[in-house]
Design a protein around this ligand. Structure first.
Ligand code: HEM
Length: 487
């Protein structure tokens, strides 16, 4: 054995020494990791191999059709409500109780902060709301929140409804439609119209392609070789930034005050009383952020909703009755208004139930800023805690028969514990586009229900590989039949 080591030279000796020390450290760590609550009070779980942690297991889940959530699911089964792991060289703790969600999302005593890994910040831009420091985030969020007034929601509905009517009218009667593909096109168009007044043409098409490259790169290893997804994502970001620059300079040159979009509000000095105007770089990063945060999530949620309804006759009948009533009431108006959405109480519960069951954003990470205790375990400064929203949404102690699609469960407004519905997060980082997303889902639903009958052609519920959010792998193919042709 010793001879062999001598033969292979000093570099390999070093390597063996490193491996030997690593292996010892690993064995010692495994001893430390026994879920011996009395002695350590550290959450149970494995930190995996030295240096690499459980990164490969995590990547394997991302690369499987069970989806990245499977990594969490398996460890929850093994270790219970709270466990730790190591991914990309950092310790992550996952928690799944409403009490922990409240503590962390309310950021009690300023002990938790949202942080994205450096590679994600490079893709969305370090002036993005997602990556800003807590202080900068507060300022940015206050400015962006201005854009999400009820006035802009009315405008969204005004623009969105014709767009959806148009998209649905192009579906072939009796044909098969992949709901996710259609929903992605619709949500991108709606977001681009709302943000930039961009409706069609080459700029919209290239934005669509580039945004999807950036989303893919967000989960990839940050290798910068020209053939890697991360590199392609960075290139796509550059193209998006240059398109946005061109749009901003066109807008300044045209001096047309009639644009009713977010960009116009961001460029308009009069909107910023008492606040500093955003720089062009901040505007560009945050427009990209809003497209990424809003398009894929809403399209995925729409897809799950169509699937759940297609597979639940009772809920479908109830929602159809409501949609027909609204259609009668609004028959004289060509398009829906924001007020009409208030006439859809059952549909709103369908939206909520779909979001609960699908958990499009399955967990929310936060950086721990000082040592603290969660679920009776010691959590150290520098670790990441992740609120496992999906587990909370599917916990039988929180929701009765959680795997059953039952929009009626929300009839009683007191039905659910605080912090049990986390589809849009909670606290200072709650989704900015919450009402926009709900409006898009409601308008889509109304037009689908009043135009087509549909049959889900593939009941597979597995999720897409390498997707940033929980997206149905099949995209939910449905066979559609135009309602006028049934009667
Ligand atoms: C069904 C669709 C959507 C879902 C499920 C969703 C979900 C979420 C969740 C869970 C968070 C918080 C994550 C955390 O606390 O770590 C979030 C944040 C955010 N969402 Fe959404 N979202 C949706 C649609 C939208 C839309 C349409 C927009 C449009 C602008 C948007 C913009 C944002 C932004 C900017 C943030 C970051 C807020 C901040 O950090 O202060 N989202 N979203």
């Amino acid at each position: 054995m010793f001879e062999v080591l001598q033969d292979v030279g000093p570099y390999c000796l070093c390597l063996y020494a490193v491996l030997g020390v690593g292996a010892m450290a690993f064995v010692m760590r495994q001893f430390q990791q026994q879920p011996n609550r009395e002695s350590s009070n550290i959450p149970p779980g494995s930190l995996g191999l030295p240096f690499i942690g459980e990164t490969f297991h995590f990547m394997a889940s991302i690369n499987s059709h069970k989806g990245f959530y499977d990594f969490v699911r398996l460890r929850t089964l093994r270790y219970g409500n709270c466990f730790k792991t190591n991914i990309f060289g950092e310790t992550h703790v996952f928690v799944r109780s409403t009490a922990s969600a409240k503590t962390i999302l309310n950021n009690e005593m300023g002990r938790f902060s949202k942080r994205y890994i450096k590679s994600i910040a490079e893709l969305v831009g370090n002036r993005s709301l997602l990556c800003a420091s807590p202080h900068h985030h507060k300022l940015l969020r206050a400015r962006l929140l201005n854009l999400f007034s009820s006035n802009s929601l009315s405008l969204l509905v005004k623009h969105l409804d014709p767009l959806i009517v148009d998209a649905l009218s192009a579906w072939e009667d009796g044909g098969t439609v992949i709901v996710l593909h259609e929903a992605l096109k619709i949500t991108l168009k709606a977001m681009c119209k709302m943000l930039l007044s961009l409706e069609s043409g080459a700029e919209l098409e290239s934005l669509q392609e580039d945004v999807s490259q950036v989303c893919k790169a967000m989960l990839a290893f940050p290798f910068r070789f020209p053939w890697t997804p991360f590199y392609k994502g960075l290139q796509a970001r550059k193209r998006i930034m240059s398109t946005l620059e061109k749009i901003i300079s066109r807008r300044r040159r045209s001096l047309d005050p009639n644009f009713e979009d977010f960009l116009q509000s961001l460029l308009d000095n009069s909107c910023w009383e008492g606040m500093n105007r955003l720089t062009d770089a901040e505007i560009q990063d945050n427009i990209l952020t809003m497209i990424i945060a809003g398009q894929d999530t809403t399209a995925s949620a729409i897809t799950w909703m169509v699937k759940y309804l297609g597979e639940n006759e009772e809920a479908l009948d109830a929602i159809k009755a409501e949609a027909e009533q609204l259609a009668d009431k609004t028959s004289k108006n060509p398009f829906l208004t924001l007020d009409d959405l208030n006439e859809m109480p059952y549909a709103s519960k369908v939206v909520k139930e779909s979001l609960r069951m699908a958990s499009v954003v399955p967990w929310f990470p936060r950086l721990v800023l000082e040592d603290c205790e969660i679920e009776g375990y010691k959590i150290k400064k520098g670790w990441n805690v992740n609120i496992d929203a999906r587990s909370i949404h599917l916990d039988p102690r929180v929701y009765n028969e959680p795997h059953k699609f039952n929009p009626w469960r929300f009839d009683d407004e007191q039905c659910c514990k605080p912090y049990s519905f986390l589809a849009f997060g909670m606290g200072a980082r709650t989704c900015l586009g919450i009402n926009m997303a709900k409006a898009m889902m409601l308008v889509f639903l109304h037009r689908l229900l009043t135009t087509y009958k549909w049959k889900v052609m593939d009941s597979d519920s597995t999720t897409e590989k390498w997707a940033l959010f929980s997206r149905l792998r099949s995209g939910c193919p449905v066979k559609v039949t135009r309602i006028t042709n049934i009667e």
